[in-house]
Design a protein around this ligand. Sequence first.
Ligand SMILES: [Zn+2]
Length: 419
Amino acid sequence: MNSKATYLLILLFATSFWGTAQEVDKCGHDLLLEQSLERDPATADRMAAIETFTQEWLANDNNLQARPREIITIPVVVHVLWNEFSEDISNLQIFSQIDILNEDFRMRNENVGDIPDDFKDLAADVGFEFCLATITPEGDITDGITRTQTEWPCIGDFNTTTEGGVPRLFYSILGGKDPWDSRRYLNIWVAPTCNAFLGFGFNPGQSGNLNEDGVVIDTDYFGNVCNDGRNHHLGRTTTHEIGHYFNLKHIWGTKGCDEEDDFVEDTPRQDNFHNGCPTHPSVTCGSPDMFMNFMDYTDDACISMFTIGQKNRMLAAINGPRSGLLNSNRCVFINRPRPDLGITVFPNPVTDCIHIEFNANFDNDVTVLLYDAAGQLLYEAINNASNIRSIPADGLATGVYFLHLTNGSTKVTERIMVR
Ligand SMILES: [Zn+2]
């Protein structure tokens, strides 16, 4: 069977099982890639050149030597497309997704302890953090979120196109939303879909069109608040699709033990994807599968890791085809109240004092903890008298700090810059 027929079969398979919670090909990446290769003959050459760069970058020991690395901050813009009012998701749902990304890409996810012993040493802190952009392409202050009502109920499907085959999602004039400069922002479109796919992400070089690059997530699977994601309700579809965006393939590569693998040495050969929540060891191709990898299709609750090899491929991407995201300065720190979380931290960047103002959502007994970027606790206090607390910052070195505030039921982390 040729590859096109295989992909069509996958589509039929996925479509016929929609709604039955059976084997589901949850990610549209492979099918979209096939379409990209057909639509634009230059795609194969572009991606081959990027793979050559990637292999050369990885082969250079200077690039991968163990050394303290700066955390890389990825500026994100979330484009909410909605047809029904319920699809116009809350800021809180968007914040929850950003938090999940910052856990999964920093190996701070709660289920990291579930990684089996034989894979533990392979698990990696990718060192990427994500922030909603604070500056628009035009230089204005923003919350990093756009909202667009659309007349197209299935606009998140990549085959909701014009008659000429142009995907409507990526074009304001066609009922979708134009991206912000896709070289400097990670564009995430959150949109309703009618097919079986929960999302898709573009590999670097997959699109030759700056308007069509980024990540698309079905509204029901974005974040972990008020979503209807069933087995994929913890926001890890976005983690997976951003893996594609930074040049990862599915962990099984091409289906079949003797087919092309995922170009990552420390992920075991694997025959096919997993659904549900398998028991380790689940053996195919002669070795236990790493079904708990973010690049499998396992339920969100049962995926927990990227490997060192996958991290290195992502580092190659951010230093090559995705390097426009570095130093794009689209996430400068500004004082931004988060009224639905009940606190305001100001000024940010900090000069001589960090002020924290609490509104009515917090009671007075708030534990205030200040950590440096290495996780060392620098300051601890219980705020029990005032609705404002000030922490002297004149002894702090220039850099990034994290302020944790908790009153038992509510936890808030604010990132602070000291200059
Ligand atoms: Zn995928």
